[in-house]
Design a protein around this ligand. Structure first.
Ligand code: ADP
Ligand code: MG
Length: 138
């Protein structure tokens, strides 16, 4: 099934100059970039995006990380794009991430882990329209 998923290159990945390499990986894996933009999230935008994690002990630190610099937001599409993107990203903690995954290659810690990807169709249905309107998805 062709799916759409939300991908974010987080502030650590953007700052380190990994944007181009990460986009290249997605294209080589067969994903289509349906939309892309670079933004500097506000505190309330980051809090709203990570609302499901509001009770977690790392929430404030995560929001502060996600607002420390610009991020690159993308809508990716492809066959099983949601699970496929999670596979390419690797485990949340780069110590557990498989060889060849983005987090294994570029992430420094469980928090500063370079990329976000929707974890389910339900998440994608919330996350894509959180940042993109229908006319921006081509
Ligand atoms: P994922 O991004 O792999 O879906 P989660 O949804 O569990 O992971 O967490 C969202 C983000 O919160 C992670 O990508 C990471 O940046 C941060 N995070 C998760 N767990 C921790 C933790 N134990 N300590 C610090 N930051 C964390
Ligand atoms: Mg998640």
């Amino acid at each position: 099934m062709i799916e759409k998923t939300l991908s974010i290159i987080k502030p650590d990945g953007v700052k380190a100059g990994h944007t181009g390499k990460i986009i290249q990986i997605f294209e080589e894996k067969g994903f289509e970039i349906k939309s892309i933009k670079k933004v500097h999230l506000t505190k309330s935008q980051a809090e709203g995006f990570y609302y499901v994690h509001r009770e977690r002990p790392f929430f404030n630190s995560l929001v502060s990380f996600m607002t420390e610099g610009p991020v690159v937001l993308m809508v990716l599409s492809g066959e099983n794009a949601i699970a496929g993107n999670r596979e390419i990203m690797g485990a949340t903690n780069p110590k557990d991430a498989k060889e060849g995954t983005i987090r294994k290659m570029f992430a420094e810690s469980i928090e500063r882990n370079v990329v976000h990807g929707s974890d389910s169709p339900e998440s994608a249905r919330f996350e894509i329209p959180y940042f993109f309107n229908v006319f921006e998805i081509l």
